[in-house]
Design a protein around this ligand. Structure first.
Ligand code: GRF
Length: 199
């Protein structure tokens, strides 16, 4: 039988709940992806421990060890050099990457998840701004990463209702639950369109 398995590297900076959602999805033998490596820019990221609990190799390339972003990106590329992978997923990875980095990865796709209905509410402090503006709907978006922040083509979007009682905290929790469904859905789409088949 032939099967598609997209070898995925996940970049994190913190809790790593989206990474856990992806790793859980990959436990299903029918899911067309596997997580081959987790990379953190932050040695304190809780997600590093969670990844190792899944038996996934997890490394840190500490952003603070580098003055220049270019040197940080070179160090990541060196670590990726020895690894076979098809796709990178940013999951709560709090760094922007350069066009140079993306060109080095291309044609492999780089994905990101953002907690708003892009193209609305790019950037940080999304939930505060959504509530301040009394929006009735928000959500999350999985999109391709480009050098411009939160601007690449959209792969999957999921909406939630914003109620007048919501605080930034309750809204973040509501949206995070949707993120955990949206990211595996997006990775499945990428895998199914990759044309990559193994025996
Ligand atoms: C998520 O809301 C994600 O959309 C944003 O940062 C948060 C990361 O959460 N970019 P986690 O680290 O995956 O738990």
């Amino acid at each position: 039988m032939t099967k598609t398995v997209l070898k995925t590297v996940i970049f994190i900076s913190g809790k790593g709940s989206n990474m856990v959602a992806l790793a859980n999805a990959c436990r299903d033998p029918e899911f067309p992806a596997e997580v081959v490596l987790v990379v953190s820019d932050n040695p304190e990221a809780e997600g590093l421990v969670k990844a190792r609990d899944f038996g996934i190799p997890a490394i840190c390339v500490n952003r603070k060890d580098f003055n220049r972003k270019a040197d940080f990106e070179k160090a990541i590329l060196e670590r990726l050099g020895g690894i076979e992978f098809d796709c990178i997923c940013f999951a709560g990875f709090m760094q922007m990457v350069s066009g140079w980095f993306l060109e080095k990865i291309a044609p492999k796709p780089v994905l990101n998840i953002h907690p708003s209905l892009l193209p609305h509410y790019k950037g940080l402090n999304v939930h505060d701004r959504v509530i301040q503006n009394k929006e009735r709907e928000s959500g999350c978006t999985v999109h391709y990463v480009t050098p411009e922040m939160d601007a690449g083509e959209i792969i999957v979007q999921k909406a939630v209702d914003v109620s007048p009682e919501d605080s930034p905290h309750t809204l973040a929790e509501k949206i995070l639950k949707k993120e955990h469904v949206a990211y595996p859905e997006a990775v499945r789409k990428i895998a199914e369109n990759s044309g990559k088949t193994i025996r």
